[in-house]
Design a protein around this ligand. Structure first.
Ligand code: ZN
Length: 142
């Protein structure tokens, strides 16, 4: 199988069977973000306890890139400390710009490597990660 086909399958799997799709209690940290250029929107909810991301769930709608990337993000940060989660978000920014090519923490993410060639889609891929960063930064300021 060609690598491109494999990557497409991984993306479509996360799009059709999103991990951690759903909602948490109302008192969970809630972040709404959208990407007007594509029409993607996401609501991310985080349950952070003792500095650890216990749960990350999302709802929303949008293109396969935005939704699959959000699904991968919730998997990648589950059980991580907030600092580790922020470091992963920073690594993802480098990855999606093509500065980093491997993503050992969650290899599924490497399936998004094709997005680096399409600058217009980068905002799709980073939507969920930006919501994560916003939520954690807000939480750390409290
Ligand atoms: Zn999109």
């Amino acid at each position: 199988m060609e690598l491109d086909d494999l990557y497409r399958r991984v993306i479509m799997d996360h799009y059709k069977n999103p991990r951690n799709r759903g909602t948490l209690d109302e008192d969970a940290l809630t972040i709404n973000l959208n990407n007007p250029t594509c029409g993607d929107r996401i609501t991310l909810q985080l349950q952070v306890e003792d500095g650890i991301v216990k749960q990350a769930k999302f709802t929303g709608e949008g293109c396969s890139i935005s939704m699959s990337s959000a699904s991968m993000m919730t998997e990648a940060v589950h059980g991580k400390t907030t600092d580790e989660a922020l470091a992963l978000a920073a690594k993802f920014s480098s990855f999606i710009k093509g500065e980093v090519t491997e993503f050992d923490e969650l290899e599924d993410i490497e399936a998004l490597s094709g997005v680096t060639k399409f600058p217009a889609r980068i905002k799709c891929a980073t939507l969920g990660w930006n919501a994560l960063r916003k939520g954690i930064e807000h939480q750390q300021q409290q």
